[in-house]
Design a protein around this ligand. Structure first.
Ligand SMILES: *[C@@H]1O[C@H](CO)[C@@H](O)[C@H](O)[C@H]1NC(C)=O
Ligand SMILES: *[C@@H]1O[C@H](CO)[C@@H](O)[C@H](O)[C@H]1NC(C)=O
Length: 211
């Protein structure tokens, strides 16, 4: 490792320390050497010093973290953090990774930065995320919708509960706002009555599944 790189890194770290001292209540982030986030680069710059890359990230609302290719001074801005996508956090001795330390927008909190799932938001922001509305893709990288997340679950029926009639095979209905593969689905019922659930199309008197 050449001494030039170490000097620029030291400058970056102390610079971030100063910014944090001024704007308080930001968690200090430090760079992680020999690692990078793969597959979430939305902008790439050549010939940028690490501290300039830091400021480019600050200028982009969707920037969540960045990778630097050491020596070549290549700056890669990521729209995810390693917490959101731990499986994409990879070793590479030529690079280092840095999470955005100030003014980072929580994943899914703005339309420009939709999450893949509620689970991804929880992974990115920690399990203290508030239950409520977030922007997510309804389908794989296509339409963006506002979904209701509760921990890592997406509430399919939205804000209002679905009313299932208690007798005479009355049933409630809702639209699925997520396509692709649904891993798990759970029905939460709020009243004492038993629930009989059947997918659309099944005859109400047959093939019922008791949950
Ligand atoms: C995030 O970056 C990927 C490329 O790495 C891109 O395909 C995707 O559209 C970006 N998402 C947003 C919300 O900018
Ligand atoms: C589901 O979507 C269809 C078509 O958009 C609409 O007519 C229907 O009212 C919706 N049903 C519910 C329960 O939201």
């Amino acid at each position: 490792m050449n001494s030039k790189f170490w000097l620029t890194t030291m400058f970056l770290m102390s610079r971030i320390g100063v910014l944090n001292a001024n704007s308080r209540c930001h968690v200090t982030e430090s760079s992680i050497n020999g690692m990078y986030l793969k597959g979430h680069v939305f902008k790439k710059y050549c010939d940028l010093l690490p501290r300039e890359c830091y400021f480019r990230c600050e200028e982009e609302v969707t920037c969540q973290s960045y990778n630097i290719i050491i020596g070549q001074n290549i700056c890669e801005l990521n729209n995810r953090t390693k917490e959101a996508r731990p499986e994409d956090f990879m070793p590479d001795e030529r690079r280092f990774y840095m999470k955005r330390s100030s003014n980072r927008v929580p994943l899914g909190s703005i339309k420009e930065l939709p999450a893949k799932t509620c689970g991804e938001i929880e992974a990115s922001e920690g399990n203290q995320i508030a239950d409520g509305k977030y922007w997510i893709y309804s389908e794989e990288s296509s339409e963006v919708i506002e979904a209701y997340c509760k921990e890592s679950w997406q509430k399919i029926n939205g804000e209002e509960p679905v009313c299932f009639g208690a007798k005479d095979n009355q049933y409630g209905s809702f639209n699925m706002t997520k396509s692709g593969r649904v891993k798990t689905m759970k029905l939460i019922h709020r009243c004492a009555a038993a629930i009989i659930f059947h997918p659309t199309g099944a005859a109400p008197t047959q093939d019922m599944e008791k949950i």
